[in-house]
Design a protein around this ligand. Structure first.
Ligand SMILES: [Zn+2]
Ligand SMILES: [Zn+2]
Length: 110
């Protein structure tokens, strides 16, 4: 699972939908009172649920703009006191992510 640190309008339909679904899965996981699996994406989004919701909403707006239905609004019920308002941990740099996306046979960055 990878969450791209890239503006949604730059993603192709496939990666936009995948990003949206991954954000839902991650928010669902992080909203639960469980021990999280040691995954780099899970780690870097801890205490950043509001930020993740913001990313979800931007992704959903872009999906709707492309004529795709979106009926899965996100409501956060428990926000930690120590929420971070920006992302400062990256699994790979934005430049590396662009290179990764270019390597897929999809319309991202073509
Ligand atoms: Zn959604
Ligand atoms: Zn793509």
């Amino acid at each position: 699972m990878q969450i791209w640190d890239i503006e949604p309008h730059l993603l192709c339909n496939f990666h936009l939908q995948e990003q949206h679904d991954n954000i839902h899965a991650l928010i669902h996981l992080l909203s639960q009172d469980v021990i999280y699996p040691p995954h780099p994406e899970v780690n870097r989004w801890k205490q950043k649920l509001s930020l993740l919701k913001e990313m979800h909403d931007l992704t959903a707006i872009e999906l709707s703009r492309r004529g795709r239905s979106h009926e899965s609004s996100i409501y956060l019920n428990q926000i930690s006191q120590n929420e971070h308002s920006f992302q400062d941990i990256f699994v790979s740099t934005i430049e590396e992510q662009i290179i990764l996306l270019k390597e897929f046979s999809c319309p991202c960055f073509t």
